[in-house]
Ligand binder design. Structure first.
Ligand code: 5GP
Length: 184
């Protein structure tokens, strides 16, 4: 067993079910889920420091200038970034780290840290993806349309450039597959 942890990046279309799969794998312990910084406003029920570090544009700018981000991207009109220090510390302490970030950010991480394993979570069908997006009631009609339009590009990248592809057709089965891919 290695003493340092490994880096896993989980990406896939909004609504593919990444959160659920990750939270199931986290239950076993020994895994750190990186808390990204964002300029997006907190949604109801979200907590600063737990779900995201919610920052102003100026605070985010400052961190960009300081080189604090392993990667950052604008996603659906807001900026999101992975904090380098948090990831490095967790890995150094022997924990495996999961980044749940967008596809472009994932490819950026791979370019900077080739040892990172990229895991793509796929919805079983596009119809199912739309049903899930509507079911979670987090997005406006316009946002749902943008997410559905973005999905085919993301899926193409997932198929061609990621290390593992998990079809989330059955949550329990897909969660076991994620655990296996992470060597757990
Ligand atoms: P949401 O606003 O719904 O929480 O997230 C929107 C998108 O931003 C999701 O695709 C999520 O994976 C992505 N995202 C969250 N944190 C980061 C990050 O640190 N970097 C990048 N590149 N994307 C992120």
């Amino acid at each position: 067993m290695s003493e340092t942890g490994r880096l896993f990046v989980v990406a896939g279309p909004s609504g593919a079910g990444k959160d659920t799969l990750i939270s199931k794998v986290m239950k076993a312990g020994g895994v750190h889920l990186s808390v990204s910084a964002t300029t997006r406003k907190a949604r109801e029920g979200e907590e600063d420091g737990r779900d995201y570090r919610f920052l102003t544009d100026e605070e985010f700018d400052r961190l960009v200038e300081q080189g604090a981000f392993l990667e950052w991207k604008e996603v659906y009109g807001n900026r999101y970034g992975t904090l380098r220090e948090e990831v490095d510390e967790a890995i150094a302490s022997g924990k495996d780290v999961i980044l749940e970030i967008d596809v472009k950010g994932a490819l950026d991480v791979k370019a900077k840290a080739p040892e990172a394993r990229l895991i793509f979570v796929m919805p079983p069908t596009m119809d199912e993806l739309e049903t899930r997006l509507r079911g979670r009631k987090a997005d406006t009609e316009e946002e749902i349309e943008v997410r559905m339009e973005t999905a085919p590009w993301e899926i193409e990248k997932g198929r061609n450039e990621f290390d593992h592809l998990i079809v989330n057709d059955d949550v329990e089965r897909a969660a076991r597959e994620l655990a296996r891919v992470m060597g757990r």
